[in-house]
Design a protein around this ligand. Sequence first.
Ligand code: AR6
Length: 172
Amino acid sequence: MTDKITVIQGDITKQQVDAIVNAANTRLLGGGGVDGAIHRAAGSGLLAECRTLNGCKTGEAKITLGYNLPANYVIHTVGPVWQGGNQDEDKLLASCYHQSLILAEKHQLKTIAFPAISTGVYGFPIERAARIAVNTVQEFLTKTNAISQVRFVCFSKESYQCHLTAIASQEK
Ligand code: AR6
């Protein structure tokens, strides 16, 4: 299964995949971090389409076109804000990955790139988030052949290492 999963350190806005995932907020009107980078690279058409979506709940996902991005689509998902771990953060983070993959499958998209959702401004511990991301994606890929490639695009070296470790521990 892991032949369908790759991990790189890089910028998600540069990825040539069917869809990149945005770590957005519930308003879906842009922000900082990866959200800001995606909106800047996509251009104003993205914000215009996002305005029509009426926001998005935490753990859910919505899709738009990619506009000036190399990716054809952007899947916007809203990660949980880390509050210590007892507010369903793990479940909500897993749901972000799961719901994004469901949307990709529904739109017949085969290749998808994820950032490390919630691990920036929202403060989710990086290693814990990487384990949840890898486990959720792996489990999804065992159940369908619709998705041919999932790429984790990590901005920091630490995040990159944590994803590699999470994949390696799955392979044991
Ligand atoms: N490519 C890939 N990863 C990136 C990029 C990039 N260009 N830029 C940042 N990251 P964050 P969150 C990484 O804060 O924690 C926004 O303002 C970053 O290093 O972007 O889910 C939204 O509007 C980190 O590992 O998202 C929300 O209000 C990861 O992306 C809020 O932040 C996520 O960091 C969402 O917070």
